[in-house]
Design a protein around this ligand. Structure first.
Ligand code: FMN
Length: 232
């Protein structure tokens, strides 16, 4: 597929800052859990291996910060490419070091937040260590998650779920802070991919929890829509 001019410019501009902002890119290539480098299972009905993505296509961090914003006018017919999906999930909660620590911080490295993703083909849980998706439902529930009409049609919805057992304590407020970090990472990655993004707290909590088969220890907290916007 030919590279869009904007993407080309982004790549060229990004190279210089890559060394400064992501000087660890070369090292990350060697991580067993780096995207695409793990022995991922073949794509199938129940599991989807997320593809590797180029480590030299970084977008300048300051540009992503300038362009970060909430958008709600999603293109109802658009889908994400596997690479976009791979990048967004890794940004949210991926392993970025050999010791298993991740792109987002976690209190005492307990990692109590699970990320699910609702796609046209179903709902999947992001398996962090293997950088793959494991299916939990074959239904397209994307339009059943938000109450706001404008958010119903985004290409994907991320669903942030707290595992109360891992969080420790009845009020897992630290896990909420961790979700905030994940949400911002995804906003920045979406900006770098020229995709629309909206975190939304007004969700059909019970309905979605049932669709995901969550037990009482899991709390579906908040969702985030990401996808191409309607052409202007
Ligand atoms: C915790 C949280 C919950 C939010 N919930 C919603 C929501 O339910 N619906 C919505 O349209 N936007 C929601 N937003 C997005 C805000 O409306 C948006 O960030 C705000 O208007 C500022 O715009 P900006 O993100 O473009 O800077 C939420 C943002 C946060 C941080």
């Amino acid at each position: 597929m030919p590279m869009e001019r904007r993407d080309f410019v982004k790549e060229v501009l990004g190279l210089g800052l890559l060394a400064l902002v992501k000087g660890r890119a070369g090292r990350a290539k060697e991580l067993p859990s780096a995207p695409g480098s793990a022995a991922a299972p073949a794509a199938g009905a129940d599991q989807i291996a997320l593809p590797a993505f180029a480590k030299d296509s970084a977008f300048p961090l300051d540009q992503a910060l300038r362009e970060r914003k909430t958008s709600r006018d999603f293109d109802p017919d658009a889908v994400l490419t596997p690479e976009q999906l791979s990048r967004l999930l890794w940004a949210a909660n991926g392993v970025n070091r050999p010791d298993g620590h991740r792109t987002t911080p976690s209190a005492m490295a307990r990692y109590p937040v699970e990320v699910y993703v609702a796609l046209p083909e179903g709902v999947y849980r992001y398996e962090v260590k293997e950088h793959k998706l494991a299916r939990v439902s074959g239904k397209d529930i994307r339009d059943q998650i938000p109450l706001q009409p404008g958010l119903k049609k985004a290409a994907m919805k991320l669903l942030y779920v707290i595992d109360r057992k891992k969080a420790g304590g009845d009020e897992p407020w630290m896990a909420d802070l961790e979700i905030g970090c994940m949400v911002q990472d995804v906003y920045l990655e979406a900006a770098s991919l020229d995709l629309g993004c909206c975190v939304f707290a007004i969700v059909r909590r019970e309905h979605v929890s049932q669709e995901l088969g969550l037990d009482k220890n899991k709390i579906f907290r908040i969702a985030q829509a990401v996808g191409p916007l309607r052409p202007e």
